[in-house]
Write a new protein. Structure first.
Lengths: 334, 603
């Protein structure tokens, strides 16, 4: 009977349809959707306080510090590492319920200048959204991080510096440790008052390489050669820093005053919040060609007092400069 | 992805000449057939007048020195339908609305608008078409309007206000959505193997462009269904269908450069395994896939425009089970396995009737601190301003007190389990009843690995007391019940346990010729805690606002009379009392009392 053969075929087809649809219809994403409830509504508590996997660290030797700590739920936490002498700050942030090697590693870098130096540092862990207690741990930095690049001058002493105090307007200027240096122990303090000859100019320094000749740069491609230096503000009004590269223009292989080419970085109004800031530009932006990039013989730093805005008598102006360095491929990474 | 409409029309063009014996498909719902009446112009429509006064009372109102305690409003409305039938196969209708708000005289509050305009007809006695306003439903997973919240079997006393909502939002009672566009239907009859093939295609515009960043949104799709001839002693028969719903933004409209795409294609089957001795046994089901994407259009100055997906989700669903029809007993029972993926998104099937993001139309803010009043049965039963027929582009907000198991209807995503339905309607028997139960579980946790379990039971019954007692009066009672429980384990912050009970009872008694006394009550009580997510990118959870914690109850009681001038012409005068209380905040308990008179006339 045709009907008897039709029924099994129909049933088979129906079951096949169910199996096919069932097989394709049961495979779904199953990981939880949306933010974890426990993170949003669960109670917060500190489990393990912040800890470090070492008590001393030598960043120059490539060592690093791994921090640990746990919370009862995932939170936005902040780990703030502060140099007890330099005042340098490294800030590491994350969203998790645990600090570990994937999210809380310190390789000696800084977030806010200055650089860390050989000193004790304190790491403080806190959770802003929970108004949590702050837990702390102290670590001794035996050697700070070595940053890539060729250092032109870090003003730690021994530099060949010509001081252009032509109008005797410098006041207590020179290599200083009056405030923490941007790097190391000392920096160059430019400070004076434009009141002998009121002409914007308060003083300058010309810094030459240690060998007195041509500075060895890490690359000669102008677009890849970055000129970096740190400027410190003392929040003195009307202060302008002029930083220039000096390039051997007469083929002597050395810096001769007023005979070599000058390439200005651009005027820097030093009116920002008190502290150190890093400035970087590829030398191509200063106008250096590849040949000129191979013939850098000096860095000129000028202290300018904005006479157009200064009251009478003029106020003292000042800034600090430190860690003049050239890097290849990218600006100096803090 | 513009192919569906083009291909559907191509298919239609190819199939037309093959029709051996063609028939126009029936239009469900009783729309008059174009050829049913002769040529001419007819006028019909609806007239409605209602006036209502609402008073705010209760503990909250006693301390409230800000909110006006009494409000009165109403309207006079005439929808005049002009129906022109130039010949027996063409029909055009326009509905002009004249409306005057209660208290609006001398032009103030008066509006005149075109409410509806459509044309339809039959081509070559075979192909039925319609242009303009149209109602449409395909399957519960493609194009469908889920059932309303807050009611199971609305007592007759509350029906007039619900009818106003239905009429204003074009709810037809057949889960159809209202669109503007065009559709083409036709069917073919066969003598061998197949009994009939039905084809339906449509194209609708969901919104227009603002000629800036909002593109025109369109919906197209259709259905092709085939039914075999009954075969064998068991009456075996199979109906198979393929359905498509495609919602998309036209990125060539306006200056828009991004928009959505939502493709839903499904296959459904109804296989009659047995039809013998008053018993019919069916294997039924539907399965398919959705793809939802946000697309970006780039127009390079020197190259052809291109489009690419910024974001895309896809998922599948299946619903399959057995249905038994015990014809002699008037009992229809089905049990279905349901598995709807968490990423399944179908804009035209999951968009709700109630937009819980809207402000309430009456007493939207109460109390001295002008706090937003929660949605309640009072509002769900009469406030047309919170209802919509729009197709949303992400899962709409919902209120778990009224619907938590299937807030987006059968197409609710992230559900797996069993659904059982039973309908009791014996032929000639007085009592009709229905039962729906669902035992479902999430597939994907929301904010946790733990999964929610859902239990839903809905029951309803209509008891024609007059018929049972052999009285020559229309006396009937209605009952409705919905019980829902949602639970989830885990640590305390993840745990969920929310129970809601909704009960409805109504009585309509004709005490004098055409004069009815109406009584009704709807009660709801909810207690427990849940989390209601806010969605982004179609159906991804963006965040959880504060836990939804409730221990509240509300009641809507009504009493009134109705005089029926004719079948669809009546006047009713009622008093309804609504009270709301939350055990956690007894100082915020309030009640609303409303007197209203409604005259409604269909002509």
């Amino acid at each position: 009977m045709p009907s008897l053969s039709f029924t099994p075929r129909l049933l088979t087809a129906a079951l096949a349809l169910v199996v096919i649809f069932g097989a394709t219809g049961c495979d779904h994403v199953t990981d939880p959707d949306g933010p974890r409830l426990i993170d949003t509504f669960g109670p917060f508590a500190i489990g393990d306080p912040v800890g470090a996997d070492r008590a001393t660290v030598d960043f120059a030797a490539g060592q690093q510090v791994v921090f640990s700590g746990t919370f009862s739920k995932q939170v936005d936490w902040v780990l703030e590492i502060t140099g007890l002498e330099s005042g340098a700050v490294r800030r590491i942030e994350g969203f998790s319920d645990e600090l570990n090697a994937t999210n809380a590693v310190w390789q000696g870098r800084t977030t806010n200048l200055p650089f860390f130096k050989q000193e004790d540092v304190e790491a403080a862990l806190f959770v802003p959204s929970e108004n949590s207690d702050t837990t702390r741990v102290t670590i001794a930095v035996d050697a700070p991080r070595t940053y890539p690049g060729n250092v032109f001058s870090d003003f730690e002493g021994g530099e060949d510096i010509f001081i252009g105090n032509f109008e005797f307007e410098f006041e207590n200027a020179g290599i200083s440790n009056e405030v923490p240096a941007g790097e190391g122990e000392t920096f160059y303090l430019m400070r004076g008052t434009d009141d002998v000859v009121r002409n914007f100019f308060a003083g300058l320094i010309d810094v030459r390489p240690d060998n007195g000749g041509i500075f060895d740069v890490p690359t000669t491609v102008p677009e890849d050669l970055y000129f970096n230096f740190m400027i410190r503000s003392f929040e003195t009004d009307f202060t302008i820093a002029v930083v220039q590269l000096v390039v051997d223009d007469n083929g002597t292989g050395a810096y001769e005053l007023d005979q070599d080419a000058i390439f200005p970085f651009g005027d820097i109004e030093v009116d920002f919040e008190e502290g150190w800031r890093l400035f970087s530009k590829p030398v191509s932006e200063l106008g250096l060609s590849e040949e000129e990039a191979q013939n850098i013989v000096g860095v000129r730093v000028v202290l300018i007092s904005d006479a157009n805005s200064q009251p009478t008598p003029a106020l003292q102006v000042a800034f600090g400069i430190d860690y003049i360095t050239f890097t290849a491929g990218s600006p100096l990474e803090l | 992805m513009r192919f569906p409409l083009r291909h559907a029309l191509l298919l239609l063009a190819l199939v037309l000449p093959l029709g051996v014996s063609a028939q126009g498909t029936d239009t469900p719902g009783g729309e008059p057939e174009a050829e049913a009446t002769g040529p001419g112009i007819r006028f019909n429509g609806l007239g409605r007048t209602f006036i209502q006064q609402t008073d705010l009372g209760g503990t909250l109102a006693e301390a409230d020195t800000v909110t006006s305690e009494t409000r009165a409003d109403g309207e006079f409305l005439l929808d005049l339908a002009v129906n022109a039938q130039p010949n027996r196969v063409t029909e055009v209708q326009g509905v002009i609305r004249l409306r005057n708000e209660f208290g609006g005289f001398f032009g103030s509050g008066v509006t005149v608008e075109l409410r509806e305009l459509w044309a339809r007809g039959i081509i070559a006695d075979a192909v039925r078409y319609r242009l303009g306003d149209m109602n449409l439903a395909l399957t519960p997973y493609t194009v469908f309007l889920p059932d309303e919240d807050g009611t199971v079997n609305t007592p007759e006393i509350f029906q007039p206000q619900r009818e106003i909502i239905d009429y204003e939002e074009f709810y037809t009672g057949r889960n159809e959505r209202r669109f503007q566009g065009g559709r083409v239907d036709f069917g073919l009859n066969f003598d061998q193997v197949l009994s009939a093939v039905e084809v339906r295609t449509f194209l609708a515009r969901l919104r227009g462009t603002d000629f800036s960043t909002t593109p025109t949104r369109l919906l197209s799709g259709g259905r092709v269904g085939a039914t075999s001839r009954p075969i064998g002693p068991f009456g075996n028969q199979a109906t198979l269908g393929a359905n498509l719903a495609y919602t998309w933004d036209d990125l060539e409209s306006g200056d828009a450069n991004s928009g959505i795409r939502n493709i839903v294609y499904t296959f459904d089957a109804d296989i009659r395994l047995l039809d013998q001795d008053g018993l019919a046994l069916h294997l039924k089901g539907e399965a398919g896939e959705s793809i939802a994407a946000v697309r970006e259009r780039m127009e390079p100055a020197d190259a052809e425009p291109t489009e690419e997906n910024l974001f895309s989700d896809d998922d599948t669903f299946i619903e399959a089970g057995l249905a038994a029809d015990l014809k002699g007993a008037g009992l229809n029972v089905s049990a279905m396995f349901v598995n709807v993926g968490p990423e399944f998104y179908s804009a035209a099937a999951q968009s709700k009737r109630v937009d819980y993001g809207r402000a309430l139309g009456s007493f939207a803010r109460i109390g001295n601190d002008r706090a937003a009043r929660r949605f309640g049965l009072f509002d769900l039963s009469r406030d047309e301003s919170i209802y919509t027929f729009r197709v949303a582009d992400e899962l709409m907000p919902y209120d778990p007190r009224y619907s938590n198991t299937l807030p987006y209807g059968r197409a609710t995503p992230n559900r797996r389990g069993v659904r059982v339905d039973a309908a009791y309607a014996p032929e000639g028997g007085p009592i009709t009843a229905g039962l729906e139960a669902a035992f479902l579980r999430e597939i994907r946790g929301q904010g946790t690995e733990e999964l929610k379990d859902f239990l839903l039971v809905r029951a309803e019954a209509d008891v024609p007391i007059g018929q049972i007692a052999s009285l020559d009066r229309r006396i009937g009672a209605t009952l409705g019940l919905q019980v829902e429980n949602t639970s989830r384990g885990g640590v305390p912050v993840e745990a969920v346990d929310l129970t809601s009970v909704l009960f409805e009872a109504g009585l309509s008694a004709e005490v004098y010729d055409r004069l009815d006394v109406l009584l009704g009550a709807t009660l709801r009580q909810s207690s427990g805690r849940d989390y209601v997510p806010q969605y982004i990118d179609f159906n991804d959870i963006r965040r959880f606002p504060a836990p939804f914690v409730t221990d509240d109850q509300e009641s809507l009681l009504g009493a009134g009379i109705r005089y029926r001038f004719a079948d669809q012409v009546y006047l009713t005068v009622q008093y309804q009392s609504y009270s709301y209380g939350d055990d956690a905040t007894p100082e915020d308990d309030y009640r609303l009392g409303q007197v209203f008179a409604l005259y409604s006339m269909n002509f």
